[in-house]
Design a protein around this ligand. Structure first.
Ligand code: 4AD
Ligand code: MG
Length: 459
C-alpha cells in the first residue's frame, strides 16, 4: 500500500506508476461522464484526487464522505490546477460504508462543536494539524536535550510530595470513601491506604529530577502532570504535559540561556518539519504566525525583573481588573500586557517576591526576592516557569520551616544539599502552552488530544 504523503511531495517520481491507496473519502463530485473523489489517508494534511469514469466511476459515485476505500490506479498529471498529480483509478473497492449521519460532513464546524465529538475531531484539518505539531514539538524537545547531552529521566506520576506547595493535588487512594478507616481523633487513617500514607498525582517531576541532576549533571523529565486547580480558563488544564530540565553547576542566567535556545530550536524544528501544518495555521488560525515565529527564532528574548515589571505595569495605559502593586502574583492580563504591549516579544521576568513562589527557589541577597524566572509570550502569557534552586542546606531548611512544611517527609530532598551540594537550576515548559503559542490556537482544550478540565474527563 502506498501512502499519499510521498505522492504529493515527490509527485514527479511517481508519474506513470501504478499504486494502491487506502483511505477515507473526503468528498465526491459526480460529473456524470467522470467522477472525482478526494481521498485522504492521514499521512499528511492534503488529499489526492482520484478520477474514474464508466463502471469504476459509477462505483465511486455511490460513495460519500467518510467511507473507507481501497483504490488502485496510475499516477497522472492533474488536469486541474489544484494539485500536480491525481490518480486514474483502475480498481476500486468500498471497504467500509459510513452512514449519512456522519457528523463531519464537508462544511466548517466550530471548535466548540468539534470538542463534543472528541473521538472524531482528529480527522478535521485544524485538529489534525494541531496534534501533528504536538507530536513534532515533543520530538524537537527530546532532540534538543539529547543533542545537549541531557539524560532523560522518568520521574514518578504517583508521589508523596507536593512540589509547588500549592495544595492543588489529586489524591490517589484505594480506601472505601463511604467508610474509610479512622484514627481515634476522627481523621482518616492513611496507614491503611494502598501506599501506607497519603499519595497524589504529581504536579511536577522537578524534585525527583533534582536528585538525578546531582548525579548526571544535566537531565530532564518529560511527562504528564496533574493539577486540581479549579480554574476554568483557556490556558489551564487538569492534566498537561511538562518538560522539566534540571542542570547542575548552572545559575539563573544559564537556566534562561538554555530555555531560550530550547524554544528557538523547537520553533525551527516545527517550521521545518511541520511546514504544511504551519502554513495551514498561518492561513486559517493566526495570520502571520510563521513570520512571527521566524523573528522570535532569530532575536534575543527580553529580560525584566519583577520589580521593573511592576513599575512598567503601574505606568501602563491599561485598565487592569486586578490592581497592580509590588507583591502581587502577576495575572494573565499583566503577563500579556508585558510581552504584547511593552516588549512585543518573549520576555523573561526574574526575581519574584519570595512569598508568591515555591519553597525551593534560591533566596536572593535582599531576602525579599528569589532567583525565579518566568518566560511570558504574546498570546499565551506564562509558558515557562523556573528558578535557581536553593542549594544551601540551612537556608532551605529555614524556608521550609517558615512555610510550615513537614521537613521529615522532605528529608531526602534536604539530603541533596547535605551530601555535597551544587548550584543548580531548572525550569518547566508547559507543552500545551508552547503548542498554543506556535499554532495560534487560543484554547488549551484544542491542543490536548483528550482534555481534562474541571467537570470534564470524557473519553
Ligand atoms: O510554573 P510551574 O507551576 O512550575 C513548576 O511546576 C516547576 N516545578 C517547574 C520546574 O522548575 N521544573 O509550571 C511550569 C509550566 C508553566 O509555566 C505553564 O507553562 C505550565 O507549566 N502549566 C500549565 N499548563 C497547563 N495547565 C496548567 N494548569 C498549568 N500549570 C502550569
Ligand atoms: Mg509558574
Amino acid at each position: 500500500m502506498q501512502k499519499i504523503m510521498p505522492l504529493l511531495k515527490d509527485s514527479d517520481s511517481f508519474l506513470g506508476k501504478t499504486v494502491t491507496l487506502m483511505g477515507r473519502v473526503r468528498s465526491v463530485r459526480d460529473m456524470k461522464s467522470v467522477v472525482f473523489l478526494n481521498l485522504w489517508d492521514g499521512s499528511c494534511l492534503g488529499d489526492i484526487q482520484v478520477v474514474a469514469s464508466d463502471a469504476i466511476g459509477a462505483e465511486m459515485g455511490r460513495c460519500s464522505t467518510g467511507d473507507i476505500v481501497e483504490v488502485e490506479g496510475t499516477v497522472v498529471k492533474s488536469a486541474g490546477g489544484k494539485q500536480a498529480v491525481e490518480l486514474s483509478a483502475s480498481r476500486f473497492v468500498l471497504l467500509s460504508k459510513c452512514p449519512s449521519d456522519y457528523p463531519l460532513q464537508k462544511k466548517r464546524h466550530s471548535l466548540e462543536y468539534l470538542r463534543t465529538i472528541g473521538h472524531l475531531r482528529p480527522r478535521t484539518n485544524t485538529y489534525y494539524a494541531a496534534f501533528k505539531v504536538r507530536s513534532l514539538l515533543s520530538h524537537a524537545i527530546h532532540e534538543f536535550f539529547r543533542n545537549e547531552g541531557f539524560v532523560y529521566v522518568h520521574t514518578p506520576l504517583i508521589t508523596g510530595s507536593d512540589c509547588e506547595g500549592a495544595g492543588e493535588m489529586f489524591q490517589v487512594t484505594t480506601l472505601d470513601l463511604a467508610n474509610p478507616p479512622l484514627l481515634p481523633d476522627g481523621t482518616v487513617d492513611y496507614s491503611k491506604d494502598f501506599f501506607g500514607k497519603q499519595a497524589h498525582l504529581t504536579v511536577s517531576g522537578q524534585l525527583n529530577g533534582e536528585a538525578f541532576a546531582l548525579a548526571y549533571g544535566d537531565c530532564y523529565t518529560f511527562g504528564p502532570t496533574f493539577r486540581a486547580e479549579n480554574s476554568n480558563t483557556a490556558r489551564h488544564a487538569s492534566e498537561f504535559w511538562m518538560v522539566e530540565p534540571e542542570m547542575a553547576f548552572c545559575d539563573l542566567n544559564g537556566n534562561m540561556d538554555n530555555a531560550q535556545r530550547m524554544i528557538k530550536y523547537c520553533i525551527d524544528y516545527v517550521l521545518k518539519h511541520g511546514a504544511d501544518e504551519m502554513e495551514f495555521f498561518d492561513k486559517f488560525i493566526a495570520k502571520g504566525v510563521i513570520d512571527r515565529l521566524q523573528s522570535v527564532r532569530d532575536a534575543d528574548f527580553a529580560h525584566v525583573t519583577y520589580t521593573e515589571a511592576i513599575e512598567l505595569l503601574e505606568k501602563a495605559d491599561a485598565n487592569f481588573v486586578y490592581p497592580v502593586k509590588w507583591g502581587i502574583d502577576l495575572q494573565s492580563e499583566h503577563e500579556r500586557y508585558l510581552c504584547e504591549k511593552v516588549t512585543g516579544r518573549p520576555v523573561f521576568v526574574t526575581d519574584y517576591p519570595k512569598d508568591i513562589k515555591a519553597f525551593y527557589m534560591r533566596m536572593n541577597d535582599d531576602e525579599k526576592t528569589v532567583a525565579a524566572m518566568d518566560l511570558l509570550v504574546p498570546g499565551v502569557g506564562e509558558m515557562i516557569g523556573g528558578s535557581q534552586r536553593e542549594e544551601r542546606y540551612d537556608v532551605l531548611l529555614r524556608r521550609m520551616q517558615e512555610m510550615g512544611m513537614d521537613t521529615e517527609a522532605y528529608g531526602w530532598y534536604l539530603d541533596l544539599r547535605k551530601y555535597g551540594t551544587v548550584v543548580h537550576s531548572g525550569y518547566g515548559l508547559g507543552l500545551e502552552r508552547a503548542i498554543m503559542y506556535m499554532t495560534g490556537i487560543s484554547n488549551i482544550r484544542d491542543v490536548l488530544p483528550y482534555p481534562r478540565t474541571p467537570k470534564n474527563a470524557d473519553y
